[in-house]
Design a protein. Structure first.
Length: 218
């Protein structure tokens, strides 16, 4: 079996990285140095012409985009229960994953890389300030999602098993601390994310990626 994940430390690739680690399967983690622009080099572009992580390569087949990779890993390692198996519970988990991926994640991109959206430094500062405000409300919304999920009596956002929603919640809150959001202002979300960080496969991935959970500076 040949299974490779292209990832960058602290990036959104953390989500499938945690699923692969939790699966117990052998896989090759391949680091891509985004800060050095490796994603734009010909070697990487030949794997993913969009120049992004994550990329999963299974027996030579390339899969990109977090929801696609996570659903693929769910099918491949079905015993892990990364998503609820069927029905409304599965649809709701995919709904939350898509919201994280298509709304929360790109809002942070506006904070972290405003130069992607305007060449003008003044406009960039405006984009960033506006996106930080939007990101704060999205973190409150994420906290409500966590509270609602845990109210059902399950330990994880998707139910009985650890899955992509938990790893994404950690990533998004960690990014929030980079954006200047104090996690202590989101006590339920922060408590949950700290628990996710203690989950052994998550701990192993955080060690491999050398991640600090809270980067908030007062
Ligand atoms: N929609 C994509 C988003 C991927 C993405 O935004 N990746 C970022 C890291 S979090 C990236 O590779 N950025 C490199 C760049 O933009 O140069 C997915 O779900 O995989």
């Amino acid at each position: 079996m040949s299974l490779t994940l292209y990832f960058a430390p602290g990036a959104c690739s953390f989500v499938p990285h945690c699923l692969l680690q939790a699966s117990g399967a052998a896989f090759e983690p391949q680091m891509v140095k985004l800060h050095k622009g490796e994603q734009n080099e010909a070697a990487y572009q030949s794997i993913n012409p969009r120049g992004q992580v994550p990329v999963l390569v299974d027996e030579g087949q390339v899969v990109t985009q977090i929801p696609a990779i996570c659903l693929y890993l769910d099918e491949k390692f079905s015993a892990a229960g990364f998503f609820p198996k069927a029905g409304i519970a599965r649809a709701k988990a995919v709904e939350t994953l898509m919201w994280m991926n298509n709304t929360v994640h790109p809002t942070f991109t506006h904070v972290f890389m405003p130069e992607k959206f305007s060449p003008n430094p003044e406009v960039q500062a405006d984009i960033k300030a506006h996106a930080v405000t939007a990101y704060r409300s999205l973190m409150l919304e994420l906290q409500s999602c966590v509270v609602a999920a845990l109210k059902q009596g399950s330990p994880w956002m998707g139910g009985a098993h650890f899955g992509p929603l938990d790893a994404y919640a950690l990533t998004l809150l960690r990014w929030g601390t980079i954006a200047g959001i104090d996690p202590e202002d989101l006590p339920e979300l922060w408590a949950f994310v700290q628990r996710v960080a203690q989950h052994p496969p998550v701990q192993q991935v955080m060690a491999r990626e050398r991640l600090q959970l809270n980067l908030f500076k007062r």
